[in-house]
Structures are given as structure tokens and as C-alpha cells.
Design a binder for this molecule. Structure first.
Ligand code: 5GP
Ligand code: ZN
Length: 110
């Protein structure tokens, strides 16, 4: 499958990893939109949140929390967001949560 995040999870494309466990990988976004901008992805391919099973949902959200802590934004605050489908501006069709922080984020959500 020609999926960039599957290739990153497999180590075929390099990434700046910030978290990894059995089910989940997190790495820095190549075009960061905040001082902290990580992507949390399940190692198993799924297109977006609509395909996410219960176990993966728990693993991904726990990884979001771990990344927020290890990146030093759990106290200052952060945003975790997943874009879904065309109107959601999803550009990579492999489920991922953006973890953004390290500055005051806009109150606008879109
Ligand atoms: P989306 O628009 O689908 O919600 O987010 C996709 C994100 O993946 C974008 O923020 C984009 O910068 C990031 N991205 C795309 N290709 C790569 C890559 O090869 N490496 C990394 N680290 N990030 C990527
Ligand atoms: Zn994939």
C-alpha cells in the first residue's frame, strides 16, 4: 500500500520519533504549525477516525497524553485534533491525531 504513514511506521521513511509503543507511533510533523507539533498514528493502517476500533482509540488517546507530557505541554495546554475526510482537510489518509502546543493557539477551529 502506498501510504506514507505506514512507511514511516515501518521505518522505510525516516521520522523524528517522540513516542512509540506496540500499537502507536508519534513523530514530529514535517511542517510544524506550533513549537510542539507531533502526529500520533496507529501502526495498523486505517483511513481515519471512522475506521478506528475501540482498542486503537484507547491506545492512540493514551499516546496523545504521553506525548503531551513528554513534549512539556501537559501543564501549559495543547490541542489534539484529527482531520477527517475532504471537508475536514485530511491530506494523509492514515488516521492521525495532531498534538499542537507550545504557544497560545487560536480560539478559531476552522
Ligand atoms: P492532515 O492534513 O492529513 O490532517 O495532516 C497531515 C500532516 O502530515 C500534515 O501536517 C503534514 O505536514 C504531515 N506530513 C505529511 N507528510 C509527512 C512526512 O513525510 N513526514 C512527517 N513527519 N509529516 C508529514
Ligand atoms: Zn497507512
Amino acid at each position: 500500500m502506498d501510504c506514507i504513514f505506514c512507511k514511516i511506521a515501518a521505518g522505510e521513511i525516516p521520522s523524528d520519533r517522540v513516542y512509540e509503543d506496540e500499537f502507536v507511533l508519534a513523530f514530529r510533523d514535517i511542517h510544524p504549525q506550533a513549537p510542539v507539533h507531533a502526529l500520533v498514528v496507529p501502526k495498523k493502517h486505517m483511513k481515519n477516525l471512522l475506521e478506528c476500533d475501540d482498542g486503537t482509540a484507547v491506545a492512540v488517546l493514551n499516546a496523545v497524553k504521553a506525548v503531551a507530557k513528554s513534549e512539556g505541554v501537559s501543564e501549559s495546554g495543547f490541542r489534539a485534533v484529527t482531520n477527517c475526510g475532504p471537508d475536514g482537510a485530511q491530506s494523509v489518509e492514515h488516521l492521525h491525531f495532531h498534538v499542537l502546543g507550545g504557544r497560545q493557539l487560536s480560539g478559531r477551529m476552522g
